[in-house]
Design a protein around this ligand. Structure first.
Ligand SMILES: NC(=O)c1ccc[n+]([C@@H]2O[C@H](COP(=O)([O-])OP(=O)(O)OC[C@H]3O[C@@H](n4cnc5c(N)ncnc54)[C@H](O)[C@@H]3O)[C@@H](O)[C@H]2O)c1
Length: 330
């Protein structure tokens, strides 16, 4: 029997597709360990509460020994009350004919409200992981409302892009995915993201020495990673959910323990101006996490002119997104 105090975790959009795949590994101790009790604070819009009750029933029926309480609510203060971690997954999906800018404006108010509720009710050192799209800018919006919380505690998820990129490279090289390291995603979680193959390694060798088809790396590989979400929707008729949930688990694991020596993790974090990326943008960088659970942007990564151009193009897109929501940033 463990004597640890429960860790409190909020998940928004908990009755959605990603929520359904995320809650069970969380409840099983996948992120916080097999001896860490957990309280789940699940948020949905009022129309989603009935479905959420069904999810709660399934969580109860799984008899997770670590779960000490499950709350289902539409109230931000109740949902984020005293939480240590918040996964912001819920957001409105892109409707037919909607442009990215429309989506950003539609979702903005959700993240204003949630940022304010986090500010009022969460623990001061809460760690926030934004998954709901457009996740970088949604994260920026919530962060701007939560003045009590360290701005560095707001991050957005590009781990799915990192995982997708690693998997493609492993397939191409014919090696297990565990052999691929230092594959960093730069920029926005959008088709402008840049998966940096030039600094990646395979089994201790430069990736570009192992995969010698550099034309493939510069074109098909990048396109495949950038367009993977769309390809899954085409194939499955639904957007990626289990892999996205798994990436959120990976993100939280990576943020809560030291990064293995020699490895990097991709996290969209507030830019400190590194690499000429405008300060404050929520931008995906290669990061490492220390024993205290603090991340740092990896310094002095050599970027070719090809890489710099891609990294900057994604920053330009994020600047335009920031501009589209400037009236609600507060
Ligand atoms: N960052 C990434 O890599 C990544 C990958 C895949 C999907 N996503 C995004 O994750 C989000 C969720 O995807 P999904 O497949 O679970 O969608 P979904 O539509 O199945 O579920 C979303 C849920 O959020 C709820 N919701 C909406 N507004 C809410 C609010 N204000 N508060 C609480 N709940 C709210 C909805 O009721 C719904 O149950 C989407 O925005 C999707 O684009 C991000």
């Amino acid at each position: 029997m463990t004597t640890k105090n429960p860790i409190k975790v909020a998940v928004t959009g908990a009755a959605g597709n990603i929520g359904y795949s995320l809650l069970f590994p969380l409840a099983a101790g996948q992120v916080f360990g097999p001896d860490q009790p957990i309280e789940l604070q699940l948020l949905e819009i009022p129309q989603g509460l009935q479905a959420l009750e069904g999810v709660k029933m399934e969580l109860l029926d799984s008899a997770f020994s670590l779960v000490t309480n499950i709350t289902c609510t539409s109230d931000g203060d109740e949902g984020f009350g005293d939480v240590d971690y918040a996964f912001l997954v819920g957001s409105k999906p892109r409707g037919p004919g909607m442009e990215r800018a429309d989506l950003i404006r539609e979702n903005g108010p959700i993240f204003v409200g949630q940022g304010q509720a986090i500010d009022r009710s969460a623990k001061e050192n809460v760690k926030v992981i934004v998954v709901g799209n457009p996740c970088n800018t949604n994260c920026l919006i919530a962060q701007h409302q939560a003045k009590r919380v360290n701005p560095r505690n707001f991050t957005a998820m590009t781990r799915l892009d990192q995982n997708r990129a690693k998997a493609q490279l492993a397939l191409k090289a014919g090696v297990p995915v565990s052999e691929v390291s230092r594959l960093a995603i730069w920029g926005n979680h959008s088709p402008t993201m840049y998966p940096d193959f030039e600094n990646a390694m395979i089994g201790g060798q430069a990736l570009t020495d192992v995969i010698t088809d550099h034309e493939w790396l510069k074109s098909d590989f990048i396109k495949t990673v950038q367009q993977r979400g769309k390809a899954i929707i085409t194939a499955r008729g639904k957007s990626s959910a289990a892999s996205a949930a798994w990436a959120a688990i990976d993100h939280a694991i990576s943020w809560s323990r030291p990064t293995p020596a020699g490895e990097w993790v991709s996290m969209a974090v507030p830019s400190d101006g590194s690499y000429g990326i405008p300060e404050g943008l929520i931008y995906s960088f290669p990061c490492t996490v220390n024993a205290e659970g603090e991340y740092n942007i990896v310094p002095d990564v050599a970027l070719s002119s090809f890489a710099k151009e891609k990294a900057m193009a994604s920053a330009e897109e994020l600047l335009a997104e920031r501009d589209a929501v400037k009236d609600i940033l507060g």
